[in-house]
Write a new protein. Sequence first.
Lengths: 331, 262
Amino acid sequence: MKKITTISIAISALLMIIAPQFLKNYGIYLLTYWLIFIIATMGLNLTLGYAGQKSLGHAAFFGIGAYTVAIVMKAGLSFWLGLPLGAALCFFIGIALGFPALRVQTIYLAFATLGFNTAVWLVMRNEEWLTGGTFGINNIARPELFGFSLASNMAYYYFTLGVTVLMAAALWGLLRSPWGKAFTALRDNPIRAESLGVDIRSYTLLSFAIGAAYAGVAGALFASLVEFIEPAPFTVGASIMMYLMVVVGGAGYFLGPVLGAAVGVLLPEWLRFAQAWYLFVFGSAVVLLMIWLPDGLLSIPDRLKAKKQAKNESAARAASAHAAANKGAQA
Amino acid sequence: MSHTNQHEPAAGQPILKVTGLRKAYGAIQAVGGVSFQVMPGEIFGVIGPNGSGKTTLFNSMLGQITPDEGKIELNGQDVTQCGPLELNRRGVGRTFQTLQVFGKMTVRDNLIVAAQEHQGSMFGRMFAPGDSGLGSRADALIDQFRIRHVAHKKAGELSYGQQKLVDIAMAFMSQPALVLLDEPCAGVNPSLVGGISTLLKELNRNPKIGQHSSFVVIEHNMDFVMDLCHRIMVMVEGKVMAIGTPDEIRGNKQVLDAYLGN
């Protein structure tokens, strides 16, 4: 890892640790909300950014994780059972959702996953006996960890920060392993990848499953953060918003979800000064970003580097042509 | 260009045996009953005019399409119904007519990903080091292909010729027993063609990297084919017109009339 990257990460980590000390309750709540969306979009970044599978169903997994924790806790069981159960459920449903990706790609896959999100959302809304329907499930308590209550926003923030770091470390390790290269090969050229022995069927299913499990963990944390869930946060619109976060941050960049989730979660809050115009300002900012930076915010250094390289190569060509002309004139 | 093959194919069981292969698209018979065999260590060329069925034959042998009739055997085992993944696992490498590198990966990573799936189990690879223990093998190929100066550049940033070299090197990374090369000189600067031919001869002989490798090569560059291959098959309209050594093919009147000309 480059020195500048290490220093940037160390400073960011320090800021994340001390920031809540200077924030009011709502600010801490908002930061926790951001962390949860970082986890969810890290999963989508694996599926979409690294493995190239266009999914518009990520909010469904987010919802499955949230409802699993809510239902488990409503049944009198522990959050610590609900969290892994939600992640495991999402993992296996993610495998099932990966099967359409073995047959269709691009916009057709996006529509297939969008249909899945709609179906899951309808179950959440209509199966009142299980999900509480439009009334949702309330009084979802925040858990305890080794006897420490996580009920306060401050405690829950630090807990979520810890989970985010663990999930990020796990993903970092995965992407640096041969699996990471196989996912990238699958994204860049599946036919070539298969001819080199990459089992594109297994890696496609795994990219969906692992991405879904991340959303499941995020959903479980979300249920305990808001302490009340109903179907609205898990619509297709939420999936599109998560997709936007990944693309705006930089699909296929490890830290893309950090920036993307900041744009999706924190930017609307910062734009509240615009009052009724804030959605217009937010939408315009996204349009401009997509026009000027289609590969996301984290593509800026790469673009600058490419620009500098092109300039250097152009200067080298000009110098070589000049030298050749001088040599010709002397001859 | 003179014919400079030093290495003669070994006798014994063929590594690849194709018998009565047929494939039709509607009323068009793309491949009509093609039979041939490739011996261990042999470089076998396939030539013919456009539309003669070479690519359909290649795609059938590589599991991209299923033939209507016929049998393909690899080391005596029937692989007619095998897909590309299974064929790679059984030791078949390939290149494509067009460039097929992973543009966002470095050259070295392109080579590593080309062989990593042959290392250990899939679950084990989740915890394996990033280079899967293939670093030294990748470095050896990088040196052999003389692309050391771009080894850590992204493959997509290289010139066409450099990408072509990476593309060919990837096919050899898993040390396959049989490599199918689809127009390795297509789009390559003529000054590089001789270099590719030399590299392929080295890989055919090199006991470390191209151990016992046999090649099947489709190519339109006649000088390249005649210089490189031990035997050549000429296809016309989906059928085999002739099989023989380069000298035999050059002297075959039927082939001269139909394809090579004067």
